[in-house]
Design a protein around this ligand. Structure first.
Ligand SMILES: [Zn+2]
Length: 398
């Protein structure tokens, strides 16, 4: 925790937190809004003298504002994106179309919603710093704001259809209802039918004023190049596991062992870790995936290939499953090396122990690497079935 002892003015018209301005000098009015907390340390502000020098609506707040070293959008691992977008908001250089890419559960949608809050919060703490408490912020968080349109393919492997895009384009042509900007959020855009993507092209190039379009996707490579070239692309990566673990402990009060398990099971994806924490069913599904693995270790090639085929029909699930298996093999390797590190998959300790003592460490290491390789291939959107079949051949027999 870093204390910033500069003094600030806060707008008295707001409830709770108001708009915070750095006070420059008594003669200078209006005060200069700050772009981001990070810039506070760099800002050398002359000492403020008297509250009577403030602009009419301002009052001095005391004690001085404290900022966490952590960024305030609370997006673990994507602080660089937060800084960039805040700078753009502060300097009025915000783009009109963004593509947030990265693995599912990495925090793409949350970043999009923070951006929507940042540009629409009527009482921001600083430019680009939404209060996250007002009606607008809360409605955006709940994805229920009238000026926030969310478009996505229906569940169950269907595509995002051209009619959905047309309907969206009509709503974007209207003036914002309540907020400053209309925000269109098109989720998992790799599931958009080509006709739907093409219908969006013209608007992506020249959107109506006061419209920001945000797409999310696995990777830019999974979209039409004509779409990607019209967007500012922000590639989001998973957080380091130790940082995610600490974040889960400190921000969500999750006990240390559980936080560690969630960090590993989610592969550093904050959204996925929180989803797992919030859903006992999903957690149970993880257990059943580990049982699948243990059955496959004893199965023949025909059964293994049949499993690869059925799994290859569901790319997101395949990635999830491999993350789980990877954490399992890490446990096996650590156990075989005599490590005292606590197991991620504690519930499977007997199976882990049996494999650790039954397989040579080199075989375990090779299996671990095969999983990592397969995950990398899946991230690159290569032939999923082929990748899984190769993995099945690499699985040891136990
Ligand atoms: Zn707000």
């Amino acid at each position: 925790m870093k204390n910033v002892t500069t003094r600030f003015a806060v707008s008295s018209t707001s409830t709770g937190y108001g708009q915070v301005f750095a006070l420059t000098s008594p003669d200078e009015s209006p005060a200069i809004p700050l772009s981001a907390p990070t810039s506070l340390a760099r800002t050398n502000l002359p000492k403020f003298t008297s509250p009577f020098n403030l602009t009419q609506k301002s009052v001095v707040i005391s004690p001085p504002v404290c900022y966490n070293q952590r960024m305030s959008w609370n997006l673990l691992g994507h602080e660089w994106a937060e800084t960039l977008l805040k700078e753009q908001i502060a300097h009025s250089t915000l783009g009109h179309a963004y593509l947030l890419s990265g693995a599912e559960g990495v925090g793409r949608r949350t970043l999009a919603l923070r951006l929507a809050q940042a540009i629409n919060c009527p009482q921001p703490i600083a430019p680009g710093e939404p209060c996250r408490a007002c009606r607008t912020c809360r409605q955006i968080e709940a994805m229920q704001h009238p000026d926030l349109s969310i478009v996505q393919a229906e569940e169950g492997g269907s595509t995002l259809k051209v009619d959905q895009v047309r309907e969206l384009l009509y709503s974007l042509s209207l003036r914002p209802y309540d907020a400053r900007y209309r925000v269109a959020l098109l989720l998992r855009f790799e599931q958009a039918h080509n006709s739907a993507a093409n219908a969006l092209l013209k608007t992506l190039e020249e959107p109506p004023s006061n419209v920001v379009i945000i797409l999310t996707a696995d990777s830019p490579e999974s979209l039409l190049p004509t779409i990607v070239s019209r967007c500012s692309v922000l590639r989001l990566r998973p957080a380091p596991l130790d940082k995610l673990q600490k974040w889960l402990e400190q921000e969500h009060g999750i006990p240390v062992e559980r936080a560690r398990a969630l960090a590993h099971l989610s592969g550093g994806r904050t959204g996925q870790a929180l989803r797992l924490q919030g859903s006992p069913e999903l957690y149970a599904e993880y257990a059943s995936r580990l049982q699948d693995l243990q059955k496959l270790l004893q199965a023949g090639q025909v059964q293994r290939f049949a499993y690869a085929k059925s799994l290859s029909e569901k790319r997101p699930q395949a990635r999830e499953l491999l993350q789980v298996w990877l954490s399992f093999w890490r446990d096996v390797l650590l156990t075989s090396l005599g490590s005292r590190a606590p197991l991620v998959n504690l519930d499977h300790a007997p199976a882990i122990q049996a494999l650790a003592s039954g397989l040579p460490p080199e075989t375990i290491q090779r299996t671990l690497e095969a999983h990592q390789r397969t995950l990398d291939i899946i991230e690159r959107n290569a032939n999923l079935r082929l990748a899984l079949e190769v993995l099945m051949l690499d699985l040891p027999r136990a």
